[in-house]
Design a protein around this ligand. Structure first.
Ligand SMILES: Cc1cc2nc3c(=O)[nH]c(=O)nc-3n(C[C@H](O)[C@H](O)[C@H](O)COP(=O)(O)OP(=O)(O)OC[C@H]3O[C@@H](n4cnc5c(N)ncnc54)[C@H](O)[C@@H]3O)c2cc1C
Length: 495
């Protein structure tokens, strides 16, 4: 890529800041081959899965760690806002260049640098696609479990920055549980490595865990050392349909108390089921109130016992149970879950996509609360998610052309977050804060924690160039940024 002409937003930068010179001085320090300022590149990097749209002034695509360092250091000197970006599949506006500035596209750093089968670790660059990494290690009998539904497109760097989860995280943990070490650059371009290639490490504060989930606001990652585990031999998948929502949500505790740790425990409510059946005709009982997809995995010789245990828990509680032992049959049962998002379009042309997380014991009450919010505001709220983790994807489907309905959606979102708060939950389980949930974060944390986060941001990024305007609100922020940038109820792609 070579610079052609300035894109929209190029004038957003103040050349009078310390270092002076603004964008042109910044570009002068970089290899022109990694800089693009044309409209097409700007448009391609202007949004993520939230459909927030902000043009950057330019896109910079470093090809190695040294180029990342040069870009960040030059941005710090010339006070150029930098927006780190993986695949742009985020659900919270994390990679969106909301303050003009420059997108730091990390997709070109896409190499698997080293697989150590003895230590069971893999060293990767941040732009490696998650699904590709999984296949790569599985071919060698190893397993990297974190599996966001976006795994065919999202990157490991984005996963670390969002601490991404997925269906297999109940048993195996989220991205955080697999990061042994992170190398990268702070907001001044200072290089660091947080963590080492060892399983136990009590040497100092654990900066690695501070950086995981930092959403590109504290540092840019240039390489990541991941832990791997042995690949499970085999799996069984159950689809259990229930006449009663509470019976389904209470089944989670029943399974765990019987000593079972399902590798997946996914939930869909009655409206999701009805929509999927209407959309895909999979032969689902449309009068059922809930579905649980329960997967157990392990050694082949353990399977008969695990299957018996699951069936014992379900008998007399579920109205119908289907199960699949072959990969092909499991794939068609997973199709029920995969069809959920496209099917939902029957309920509206726009989606507000929330992902609250609550203690598992409160899931039944929270589900009832969500139904009450839907009823109160006459809205289609469709729920599914990783119920084993207490992580509920709350999808408000609405007509984006109906201003009254849009106003009701805004009120409902506030009530959904209040519900999560009331039950000791978080306003995001895995999608992050970014732009979308920024106005609500302070209400979900105690004031001291929030202030400590602001101070941490200033320590890592003293000039405020890394993903400015994301996650936290500062007293000096302009009123424009306080809304989180959202002019309309948020909408998102399909999860
Ligand atoms: C269809 C669909 C399904 C999804 N399903 C799930 C799911 O099951 N679970 C889940 O957790 N999420 C899910 N997501 C959300 C999203 O895929 C994840 O948040 C993912 O981790 C984002 O990765 P990305 O490469 O697209 O990052 P981006 O969207 O490009 O960026 C995300 C954040 O990471 C930062 N970042 C990116 N790379 C770096 C880096 N190298 N250094 C520092 N910061 C960086 C960005 O600044 C931004 O704040 C889904 C999204 C879609 C569209």
């Amino acid at each position: 890529m070579t610079p052609t002409r300035a894109g929209p937003g190029a004038n957003d930068l103040s050349p009078s800041s310390p270092g002076g010179g603004g964008l042109s001085a910044f570009f002068a320090e970089l290899d022109p081959a990694i800089v693009a300022v044309d409209r097409v590149q700007a448009a391609l990097h202007a949004f993520d899965a939230t459909n927030e749209f902000h043009f950057p002034a330019a896109v910079v695509r470093p090809r190695n760690g040294d180029e990342i360092r040069m870009v960040v250091a030059a941005a710090a000197v010339h006070r150029v806002p930098l927006f780190p970006r993986g695949a742009g599949t985020g659900f919270s506006g994390g990679s969106v260049p909301s303050a003009g500035g420059v997108v730091l596209d990390l997709l070109a750093l896409n190499r698997i640098l080293d697989l150590d089968e003895q230590e069971m670790t893999v060293l990767v660059e941040p732009g490696v696609i998650t699904g590709y990494l999984q296949q790569y290690v599985e071919r060698r009998g190893l397993y990297y479990p974190p599996d966001p539904a976006s795994l065919k497109t999202c990157t490991i760097g984005g996963n670390v920055a969002e601490n991404a989860g997925g269906p297999h995280c109940l048993k195996y943990g989220v991205t955080r549980d697999y990061v042994l070490a992170l190398s990268g650059f702070t907001g001044t371009g200072a290089p660091f490595t947080a963590g080492k290639g060892i399983l136990k490490n009590r040497a100092g504060y654990d900066l690695r865990h501070l950086l995981i989930g930092s959403e590109g606001t504290l540092a840019v990652f240039s390489s990541i050392l991941l832990r791997l585990i042995p690949k499970p031999e085999t799996r069984i998948l159950f689809a259990a349909f229930f006449n009663d929502l509470d019976a389904a949500t209470e089944m989670v505790g029943t399974l765990l108390r019987r000593g079972l740790m399902p590798s997946s425990l996914e939930f869909m409510d009655d409206r999701t089921l009805a929509a999927v059946e209407q959309h895909a005709r999979l032969g689902l009982p449309i009068d059922a109130q809930a579905l649980l997809l329960i997967e157990v995995d392990g050694r082949a010789d353990e399977m008969p016992r695990l299957r018996g245990l699951v069936e014992d828990c379900l008998v007399g509680v579920a109205r119908e149970v289907r199960y699949a032992t072959t990969a092909a049959a499991q794939d068609s049962l997973w199709e029920i879950r995969r069809r959920a998002s496209p099917a939902m379009r029957a309920y509206g042309n726009r989606k507000a996509n929330e992902d609250i997380s609550v203690p598992r014991r409160h899931v039944p009450a929270v589900m009832r609360g969500l139904k009450a919010i839907a009823h109160k505001h006459a809205l289609n709220i469709i729920n599914f998610g990783h119920i084993g983790d207490g992580n509920i994807h709350v999808n408000i489907m609405f007509n984006g052309d109906d201003s009254k309905e849009c106003a009701r959606v805004k009120l409902a979102i506030v009530e959904v977050f209040a519900l999560a708060n009331r039950f000791g939950g978080a306003i995001s389980g895995e999608h992050g804060i970014g732009l979308a949930k920024k106005p609500y974060l302070a209400g979900n944390l105690d004031p001291v924690s929030y202030e400590l986060m602001r101070r941490i941001k200033r320590v890592f990024d003293p000039h405020g160039i890394l993903n400015p305007g994301k996650m936290l609100i500062f007293p000096e922020d302009s009123p424009d940024t306080l809304s989180g940038g959202a002019k309309h109820p948020r909408e998102g792609a399909d999860a």
